[in-house]
Design a protein around this ligand. Sequence first.
Ligand code: GLC
Length: 595
Amino acid sequence: MATTEPTTPTTALPLGATVHVGSDAAREWWRDAVIYQVYPRSFADGDGDGIGDIPGITSKLDHLKNLGVDAVWLSPFYRSPQKDAGYDVADYRDVDPLFGTLADFDTMLAGAHDRGMRVIVDLVPNHTSDQHAWFQEALAAAPGSPERARYVFRDGRGPAGDEPPNNWQSIFGGPAWTRLAASSTAAGDAYDEPSPQWYLHLFDSSQPDLDWTQPEVRSEFEDVLRFWLDRGVDGFRVDVAHGMIKADGLPDWDGHVAMVEGSSDGDDAQATDPGAPEDGSTGAGNQGPMFDQDGVHEIYRDWHRVLAAYEGDRCLVAEAWVEPLSRLARYVRPDEMHQAFNFSFLTTGWDAAALRRVVAASYRANDEVGAPTTWVLSNHDVVRHATRLGLPDAGVRPNGVFATDPQPDEELGLRRARAASLLMLGLPGSAYLYQGEELGLPEHTTLPNEVRQDPGHFRTDGAEAGRDGCRVPLPWQADAPGYGFGPTGATWLPQPDSYGRYAADVQYGDPTSTFELYRAALDTRRAEGLGHGGLTWLADHADAADVVALRNRDVVVLANLGSTPVELPAGHEVLLASGPVDTTLPADTTVWLRA
Ligand code: GLC
């Protein structure tokens, strides 16, 4: 690339359309916060059992402080049989012994607060674990009982009731209904034969869906919110926030339901398809009578009131795979939640035109309701962006990568990931980081199938690799067993050999490292007020097909997504760059300039 003649010469920085106006008004902290997702079982292990835990998190708070994030979001650490890595909650008011105790939680929370960082916890309201006391009571109770009414039990179809009540599929694969066996229901059903009753689970059969039309379910969860608010948490990430209310009558639906949504035609289609939606949609939204029903909004209006009764700016962030962005914005209307993950952005391919479209559409939708946009590139459900952007077909968003699949170009993936992150962190709004991305960590793409644990792998009979590859324990020390994940070297999933190169300790203080790039970006972002700045496209670059070019306050952000270097405007100080730059901006590189 470096030997190719630069194209698109640019010496001036003329302004084009303004798509978002900044503000210096007093604002709630979450409006421009950088929030770091900790996936507890894979972050840091304090007790040496190979599974991360809360004392492990406490021991690494200085890493997060040093990185410069404003808040931490913890994936579930509640009592759980861990059938879906804790997203199957058996007791919403206790810490699973695997992760520690409530006292450990309080220590961690105080440690974060002492360092000026907020803490958001995960709330899983769509379903409980089948080991939750309520579900056990439901099994023991009779059909039609109040205990069964907390969940979605229905009689099966067909004369013998041996067909599921409707045709819905689980997001993890297979039917979304499980029939009660005679043995599990003898007390309640008093049948010798299998019960005619089935229960709904949009996810694994160990995750029965709650019936949110029941007042008791609503009051229970308001109480759970208060339990954690009283302990001092700063907010909640709400799991499957678009799924709790189902269409009346649970009508059949023949559409596609899967863990992995999104267009598999990917970025090429987005770039060249003249019909590519201006609204930034990528196909990432879940559809059907089980998602995004209008009734969910009433729940969030209630929860908004619960949070508002507490001091400080507590917040709710929606995990809602909903498109278009204008529809997602309904979750963050002034009396509902405060933020929603922007999965249209996450699922947009490495394509300048598509990124410009989704960025503009995000501001259009959220400015309308007065909510901040959020930006996110990786989380515990998707292939890490350092790998995604290096896959042979960068447009595809697979559900994990098998060892037998075409493997990513690691160097290209890292270069693009650094460029993508620097672009993201230059945008006004709030940004979510997933643990390890500050190290440039790739997915484990050669995990042996025998070690996989994601229910999505098993429920598809091994057709999908699943999400384990993005959940591999973090490398903290290059030269320690288990790369310093814990005191014994044990890790619940094997780490690839490459993780030594990415270990945190070899990155600290190295100005070329990804950790130092993130640290500098967060520092500059704060100093320049970029999180609450505005966004104006730069006309010349906006016309250049492969360059995303924008101005946010006194900073110009240029990202070259093309394959040829672009001449940098003369006379502008380079504040930060995702890779080496001279007078040109190489391919797959982002730069921040002083405007
Ligand atoms: C959300 C979580 C995912 C989990 C699912 C079921 O999508 O992010 O990890 O498997 O909900 O709770």
